[in-house]
Design a protein around this ligand. Structure first.
Ligand code: BEZ
Ligand code: FE
Length: 280
């Protein structure tokens, strides 16, 4: 490594990294040194102008300023740059046959009510009802008892209950189901609809400037946990959705597309989907 004693354009990253103390956390040293190298290489690669640097600082400032308890614009930035999906992929490499992860998103709520198998989770009377059912299995196909299937979705207008606390009933389109010995889960919800991610802030402006739309294809979120197994954070998608190939947050995976079949009777649709968990 070149040890420049003063800052030069050529040796810029080395000059910064050489300042690190000897007695620091080795992982911090590794991550920060790489970050500095890539950041400096990026500025050199695009020949970054002073105006562009100021624009970037202003963008990041506005991104921070819009963050609150209810809104996390930095995660949205990470999501829309495909970075959340990349980190998720790096951290959840699974053997084939196991259910794949996808982006968590900002609308999960801890402690949703535990419901009875077969319950309806839609309380605003909107949307087309859909029966969801399947099995939670291990990789050998053996049912997992005591798995918690935590589900959440937007309503038929494309909003989560937490986005409309004065409009939607609390815990609308949410619930947790605990599997019995047969590993089966079953509930009635709505056939999901597509919706735009929050796009009234800096990230929305960035998407517009890049000629990108903010929409997510229709999906239902799941968090599946069971003692001794890796948790699954995933969705099931409606394969007929028009945004499937251009999800604003890159969350779609082929294996997560569920068959939504029209049915006769109380519910209009049915979607069967099994979850296959990997041991810890
Ligand atoms: C969601 O699907 O709920 C979501 C995911 C990422 C960003 C915004 C929303
Ligand atoms: Fe969602």
């Amino acid at each position: 490594m070149t040890k420049e004693s003063h800052f030069t354009e050529r040796g810029s990253a080395e000059a910064v990294n050489a300042r690190m103390g000897d007695d620091i956390n080795p992982r911090l040293a590794e991550v920060m040194a790489s970050l500095v190298r890539h950041l400096h290489a990026f500025a050199k690669d695009v020949d970054l102008s002073q105006d562009e640097w100021e624009l970037a600082i202003d963008f990041l400032t506005r991104t921070g300023q819009i963050c609150s308890e209810e809104r996390q614009e930095f995660i949205l930035l990470s999501d829309t740059l495909g970075f959340s999906m990349l980190v998720d992929a790096i951290n959840n490499r699974r053997p084939s046959g196991a259910t794949e992860n996808t982006v968590f998103g900002p609308f999960h709520v801890d402690g949703a009510p535990i419901r009875k198998m077969g319950d309806n989770i839609c309380f605003d009377g909107k949307g087309e009802s859909c029966l969801y059912q399947g099995c939670v299995l291990d990789r050998a196909g053996v049912p997992i008892e005591g798995a918690i299937v935590d589900v959440w979705s937007d309503n038929a207008d494309g909003y989560y209950d937490v986005q409309q606390p004065d409009v939607q009933p609390k815990f609308n389109n949410r619930g947790r189901f605990i599997t019995g010995a047969d590993g089966v889960y079953r509930f009635v919800g709505i056939k999901p609809v597509s919706y735009p991610i929050p796009d009234d802030g800096p990230v929305g402006k960035m998407l517009a400037a890049l000629g990108r739309h903010p929409n997510r294809p229709a999906h239902l979120h799941f968090l599946v946990t069971a003692q001794g197994y890796q948790k699954i954070v995933t969705h099931i998608f409606d394969g007929k959705d028009k945004w499937l190939a251009s999800d604003a947050v890159f969350g779609v995976k082929q294996s997560l597309i569920a068959p939504f079949e029209p049915v006769e009777g109380d519910t209009k649709w049915r979607a069967d989907f099994d979850f296959v968990m990997c041991e810890m």
